[in-house]
Design a protein around this ligand. Structure first.
Ligand SMILES: Cc1cc2nc3c(=O)[nH]c(=O)nc-3n(C[C@H](O)[C@H](O)[C@H](O)COP(=O)(O)OP(=O)(O)OC[C@H]3O[C@@H](n4cnc5c(N)ncnc54)[C@H](O)[C@@H]3O)c2cc1C
Length: 144
């Protein structure tokens, strides 16, 4: 895999030309690994511009601002996750999604202390969350 935000000038020069990228890759493995790239039997090039987010200085502040704005607009009922924000690996994405879902389940659980405000649909969702939580942890769910 080649690329990165600091290599924009290379991208500007080579653009979407697969042959040019292949040539660069062959020179790279020759120089870095001492492998003769010309002897490669199979080669496939996939050019993906801006495929993996790269966090710039100030990223942490920006993501806090984004979540603060969402909290204000959605009354803390919407959380965004994904590689653009909290870590680029699949593991990060899965972990952050789980944490976000758990936080919302906690929020709903607290809010259920005053269920007189809730609609039948909201109570149904809460029951489902508790059922899933019980299944995941083996802990007894509260009655709703
Ligand atoms: C070439 C490459 C190799 C990688 N290798 C690894 C690896 O080995 N290990 C690893 O852990 N991670 C790897 N990653 C990183 C990992 O794949 C990503 O970080 C992860 O998939 C990001 O998940 P995401 O849900 O944030 O975004 P995505 O997986 O990009 O999902 C976003 C989805 O939103 C959709 N979408 C976008 N805009 C809109 C819109 N306006 N309306 C509706 N839908 C929209 C897109 O079509 C896409 O389906 C790799 C990434 C790339 C590009």
């Amino acid at each position: 895999m080649m690329g990165g935000a600091r290599h924009q000038s290379t991208f500007d020069r080579l653009g979407n030309d697969p042959e040019a990228w292949l040539d660069l890759a062959k020179k790279g493995v020759q120089r870095q690994l001492g492998v003769d790239g010309e002897s490669a039997q199979v080669a496939k090039v996939l050019v993906s511009e801006q495929a993996i987010p790269q966090y710039q200085v100030g990223h942490n502040d920006r993501k806090i601002q984004i979540q603060d704005s969402l909290d204000e607009a959605w009354d803390a009922r919407l959380t965004v996750v994904g590689s653009a924000l909290h870590g680029v690996s699949v593991n990060d994405c899965v972990n952050n999604a789980r944490e976000a879902a758990a936080a919302h389940a906690r929020f709903l659980s607290d809010w259920s202390l005053c269920p007189s405000d809730s609609t039948p649909r909201e109570r149904e969702m809460l029951r489902e969350i508790k059922r899933l939580r019980k299944k995941a942890t083996g802990a007894p769910g509260d009655s709703v």
